[in-house]
Design a protein around this ligand. Structure first.
Ligand SMILES: [Zn+2]
Length: 348
């Protein structure tokens, strides 16, 4: 198998983000795949887990991942940071994000056909273990840069769906006055559309940036972040994403270095007044109410309005406006805070 590893996009954003300033987007020069710098599969990459690093040939890495997947294992074990967990979550939700983009008409004509091809790859690849491999660009000089191109890239992959997607961990975090910020999830989503586009056989980076930007626009159309700080330093952030008119919202919590998806518990309480399942739901007015502190334990109330689309007995759709109640118990006595749901319900 001929493995081409393609250096990829969103570089202008990634650079701007890393440097914390807006860069002028330079005109993209379209290059056919055969003049892109391929990476020799015999090239070695350094992969770091929580406590140690190792160096491995890309070819061997791909074989190991394949072997371990059949046994359900996780050989890489390097996706533990908050941004990496966000990236992994974004990948797991990508098929739905792409299909919403298609359903809501964010692309037209031939772009529909092409985005459908990327959807097919996303569907088969999004749940695979070790699909994302996080590498430091600094510790792997040359991997995320190309000859004749001064830009440092966010990610790269090959032109087949067997290839992992290498993500440049150096661009995932940036220091701000407020602490450390991670790359926004909509940017990760656009980047994944781009990379999986290569795996679907597309070689034009600019075109894949365009398709990625359409999916990002769908996500950003109703993307909400509610953030606050507990005891000075510990940041908690609830992210909710409303999708199309026939969909359920996404809901996830970032706390310290941990990422917790809440779709499962949320969907278990989103019910119409007659007890039936809603056809769709949207969240709005998301906010944290004042937390109560009991030593190292906090009770943090998250609130939102939930608009449910319910179908009555005559088959007519009606909107039911309810209140979402989500109280979390956060124990900050250990280095890794423990989070538990103490109350989850819809009221009124
Ligand atoms: Zn690319």
């Amino acid at each position: 198998m001929k493995t081409w590893i393609i250096l990829c996009g969103l570089a202008s954003f990634a650079l701007a983000h890393a440097a914390d300033k807006i860069e002028v987007v330079k005109p993209t020069v379209l290059k056919p795949a055969d003049v892109l710098k391929p990476i020799d599969p015999t090239e070695r990459v350094q992969i770091c887990g929580k406590t140690s690093c190792r160096t491995i040939m890309i070819n061997d890495l791909m074989r190991q991942i394949e072997r371990e997947r059949s046994g359900g294992g996780d050989i890489i074990g390097n996706g533990g940071g908050l941004a990496e967990q966000n990236f992994t979550y974004a990948l797991s939700q990508l098929p739905e994000f792409i299909s919403e983009t298609l359903n809501e008409g964010f692309v037209k004509g031939v772009d529909v056909t092409n985005l459908n091809k990327i959807y097919a790859v996303a569907k088969s690849e999004s749940a695979k273990a070790d699909k994302l491999v996080f590498l430091s660009g600094k510790n792997n000089p040359g991997i995320f840069s190309a000859a004749n191109d001064p830009e440092i890239r966010l990610a790269k992959t090959g032109l087949t769906s067997e290839a992992p997607i290498f993500v440049n961990i150096d661009l995932l975090y940036s220091r701000t006055e407020d602490g450390t910020e991670i790359l926004p999830m909509p940017v990760m989503i656009a980047s994944l559309v781009h990379e999986l586009g290569h795996q679907a056989g597309f070689t034009d980076h600019a075109y894949l940036d365009f398709l990625g930007a359409r999916v990002r626009r769908m996500i950003e159309a109703d993307f909400n972040r509610a953030a606050r700080k507990l005891n000075g330093n510990l940041k908690i952030e609830m992210v909710s994403i409303n999708l199309g008119s026939f969909s359920m919202p996404k809901l996830s919590l970032s706390i310290g270095d941990a990422f917790i998806p809440y779709e499962k518990p949320l969907y278990s309480v989103l019910r119409c007044r007659d007890g039936g399942l809603p056809r769709a739901a949207r969240l709005s007015n998301q906010h944290w109410e004042r937390a109560a502190e009991f030593g190292s334990v906090w009770i943090t109330p998250f609130r939102a309005w939930a608009s449910l689309t319910c179908v009555n007995k005559s088959g007519v759709s009606e909107t039911e406006d309810r209140d979402l109640i989500l109280d979390l118990r956060i124990d900050t006595s250990e280095e890794l805070p423990m989070v538990e749901i103490v109350q989850l319900a819809i009221e009124n």
